[in-house]
Each structure stands twice: as structure tokens, then as C-alpha cells.
Design a protein around this ligand. Structure first.
Ligand code: AMP
Ligand code: ZN
Length: 272
């Protein structure tokens, strides 16, 4: 099966409606670029959302790449600027947060991930989106699952899948991952063959992250084994009964959906 067929099958599995308004989170990297290209090719109703992280030349290149992609695909692009909203770039925010953290030090990518997700949900909701699509691929998902296993908390992956399995809520825009079953190597090859405008270098802030260590290990196993990690995870969690008694809370500080009284984003900002 080629990439397009795999994506098409995944979208059928999650019953994605052709009329749904989908906001594709575009980073400028290969994964979200291929995601947008295939969704458009398969005739879905998409627009792009790029978060400009303000990381010097790297962010400038990413912005140019997504602008070119959206021009090529003839889709609307929304750009959200972190510096404008928060007063500083992602690098600065991250080091300010880290310098105040006493215990349970969050690594670079984890902090950036929390902030990006919070912005994505709020912006997509403002844009009246039915779904947010991200470029997460098979390797990302296998990494996340293994990281959770190594931390002793595999249940943290319970909501993961080609579509988030959270309890439906008017303030939460479900996230979909059309490339959930596609290996990273295949995406890179496809993107290069199609000559997409893509920034291939990794984010200069992605240093010393635990994910990078797990990725190194995963690079020593085959695609089939990576697929089996996902298969294990799906088998286990299909048997898991979700605890829906808690429902979704709204953060007491920002009002965004949260698992606890205060959302992860506001907890981070309090340490700033
Ligand atoms: P990452 O967490 O960097 O591995 O990115 C995972 C997914 O999040 C990407 O495939 C994109 O869909 C989305 N994403 C990451 N960075 C950005 C960004 N700066 N703007 C919009 N979406 C992003
Ligand atoms: Zn909050």
C-alpha cells in the first residue's frame, strides 16, 4: 500500500467527513506538509495554521516554507505569532520556565509541545474548525508510547490514536493524525520525491530531549517492529474502559479545557 492509500484508509477508519472544516497545523516540516498535501488531494476541506515560534532564522525559513506550500495548494494560511501574544520567543519562554522549575524538570520539547497544543486548540476553535490535523507519524507514536512505558505510565497513551479519544466537549477541537500508520522514512522519501517546500533541519531548540534518546533506539529496529509497537498499544487500550466520570474541566486561569483545575499551560506559565 502506498502512502496515499494508507492515509485514505486511516481517514475512513476515523470516519472523517469531506465537509468537515479541518485546520492543518503546519510547522514547515515534511510531516505536516505531506499531511496537508494528501488531505487536499483527497478532496478534504482544509486551511493551514502556522505558529511562528520566533526562533531566529529557523522560524523565518519555516514561515516561508508554509507560505509557499499554501500558495501551491491554494489554501488559506493563518499565522499565529508567539512573540506578539506572549512577549517573547519560544526559546526565551522555555528557558524562563526551566530556570524556575525546581523538581520534575520538563525538557525543551515537552514545554514547547504543551504551549503549541494549547495555542492550536484555541486558534482552531476561533476558526470554527471541526478537526485539527497534525503531522504525527508512526515513529512519533511509537516513541511516545515507549517513553510512557519507560516512565511506568503506559496509560498516558490511552487517548492516543489517529483521532484523540477525549470526551467530546464544545471547547475541545479533536485532533487527527492522518499519518499515524506511516513510517517517517517513507514520508521523507515521498516529500523529497515531490520536491515539497520543506525545512528538513530539526529545530535548534530540540536538544537533550528524552525523545531523541528513544528515537535513537527506535532507529535500530525495523518498520515492522515499529508497527508492532503501535499494534500492541492498540490491543491493550481497546480493552481499557475509559473513566468518563471526571469529564472535562475548564482551567480556572485561562478557561481552556483541562484535565485538572489548572491546565498544563497555566502551570508552566506560573513558574515563569
Ligand atoms: P513536533 O511536536 O514538532 O514533532 O510536531 C508535531 C506536529 O505538530 C507537526 O507535524 C505539526 O502538525 C504540528 N506543529 C509543530 N510545530 C508547529 C508550528 N510551529 N506551527 C503549527 N503546527 C506545528
Ligand atoms: Zn489554563
Amino acid at each position: 500500500m502506498n502512502i496515499q492509500q494508507k492515509v485514505s484508509q486511516t481517514l475512513k477508519k476515523i470516519k472523517l467527513n469531506k465537509k468537515a472544516r479541518i485546520i492543518v497545523a503546519l510547522s514547515g516540516g515534511k510531516d505536516s506538509t505531506v499531511t496537508a498535501y494528501l488531505l487536499k488531494k483527497l478532496d478534504y476541506n482544509i486551511e493551514g495554521l502556522h505558529i511562528n515560534l520566533g526562533i531566529g532564522k529557523y522560524s523565518e525559513k519555516c514561515l516561508k516554507a508554509v507560505q509557499k506550500l499554501c500558495d501551491d495548494l491554494k489554501i488559506k494560511l493563518h499565522v499565529h505569532n508567539i512573540k506578539k501574544e506572549m512577549g517573547s520567543s519560544m526559546c526565551y519562554l522555555r528557558s524562563a520556565i526551566q530556570s524556575k522549575q525546581k523538581t520534575g524538570m520538563l525538557k525543551n520539547c515537552a514545554i514547547c509541545g504543551v504551549i503549541k497544543k494549547w495555542i492550536m486548540n484555541r486558534e482552531a476553535r476561533k476558526l470554527k474548525a471541526d478537526r485539527i490535523a497534525t503531522g504525527h507519524n508512526l515513529d512519533d507514536e511509537a516513541q511516545t508510547y515507549l517513553m510512557n512505558v519507560f516512565k511506568g505510565s503506559p496509560e498516558l497513551s490511552a487517548n492516543s490514536g489517529p483521532i484523540t479519544r477525549n470526551i467530546p466537549d464544545k471547547k475541545f477541537v479533536p485532533r487527527i493524525k492522518p499519518l499515524f500508520y506511516v513510517a517517517e522514512d517513507d514520508i521523507r522519501e515521498y516529500s523529497k520525491k515531490k520536491k515539497f517546500p520543506v525545512v528538513y533541519e530539526s529545530c535548534p531548540c530540540a536538544l537533550g530531549s528524552y525523545r531523541i534518546e528513544v528515537r535513537k533506539f527506535l532507529n535500530t529496529i525495523s518498520k515492522k517492529e515499529k508497527r508492532n509497537i503501535i499494534r500492541n498499544f492498540e490491543k491493550v487500550f481497546s480493552k481499557f474502559k475509559k473513566d468518563e466520570s471526571k469529564g472535562i474541566n475548564y482551567c480556572e486561569i485561562c478557561g481552556e479545557p483541562a484535565r485538572n483545575k489548572i491546565c498544563k499551560m497555566c502551570l508552566l506559565m506560573k513558574t515563569r
